[in-house]
Design a protein around this ligand. Structure first.
Ligand SMILES: [Zn+2]
Length: 235
């Protein structure tokens, strides 16, 4: 009788490592954001004001700025062309708020200028969602049933999971580029003073770390699947 993974599974350590990395990154971003959200910027602009100035400065007038509930829920929605800023950003005059607002504007500018990684990421979203939904069912079918088509199910499951991993990886240049743009704009326009830009940079670097952690943990999950299915894929 073959028990694929209900007994002690040492590859589970890869999942644990991924979870720990993500937790640490999320703690780091929360701590950094909290620290600089108490530092009021000299300009006295709110996150919303800063976003509006940056968008207009980039010649973008067709992106709405809205308020969204939640903690660190700020995002740019390319389909609706809406930039949503959270409680801690929209009304806040802090250096952290202006940094985050500028980062989201970075995404709006990527969209307006057809920045290729953003376009590719947008195209991958449905495939990645579908892939992560069907990956494990396919893999389990492949592992549990010992038949001629086991290897086929396993390989399809791995392919599906890889689509989700690819999405996480293509997210990295998109996020790093948005932060790079944000810092250049904040520095260039004088929306923040020099030492304030350094603080905003710390917030955005911490945020970028969460995306790196997410990508790493999904790569570790893929690695685990490859190990778990190794001997059976070539049956
Ligand atoms: Zn972003």
């Amino acid at each position: 009788m073959y028990y694929p993974m209900f007994y002690f599974d040492p590859t589970y350590i890869l999942i644990v490592i991924g979870v720990v990395i993500c937790l640490l990154a999320s703690m780091k971003v929360k701590r950094t954001f909290t620290k600089y959200s108490t530092v009021r910027s000299a300009s006295g602009l709110t996150g919303r004001d800063a976003a509006e100035q940056i968008l207009h400065g980039a010649g973008i007038y067709d992106v709405r700025i809205e308020h969204v509930r939640g903690n660190l829920t700020d995002h740019y929605d390319p389909r609706a062309k809406v930039l949503r800023l959270s409680d801690a950003t929209y009304h806040s005059q802090s250096v952290a708020a202006i940094g985050v607002a500028a980062h989201e504007c970075g995404h709006a500018i990527q969209h307006a200028t057809n920045y290729a990684p953003l376009t590719i990421r947008g195209a991958i979203v449905p495939i990645a969602n579908f892939g992560s939904a069907i990956a494990w069912p396919l893999i389990l079918i492949g592992l549990l049933f010992n038949s001629q088509s086991s290897a086929l199910f396993l390989n399809l499951g791995i392919l599906a999971f890889s689509a989700a991993v690819l999405f996480q990886i293509i997210t990295l240049p998109v996020e790093f580029n948005a932060s790079g743009r944000a810092i250049r704009i904040l520095r260039g326009t004088g929306l923040l003073r020099k030492e304030e830009v350094d603080s905003a940079k710390k917030v955005l670097s911490a945020a970028a770390l969460t995306y790196v952690a997410g990508a790493l943990s999904s790569i570790l999950q893929l690695l685990r699947i490859l190990i778990l299915t190794g001997g059976r894929r070539n049956d």
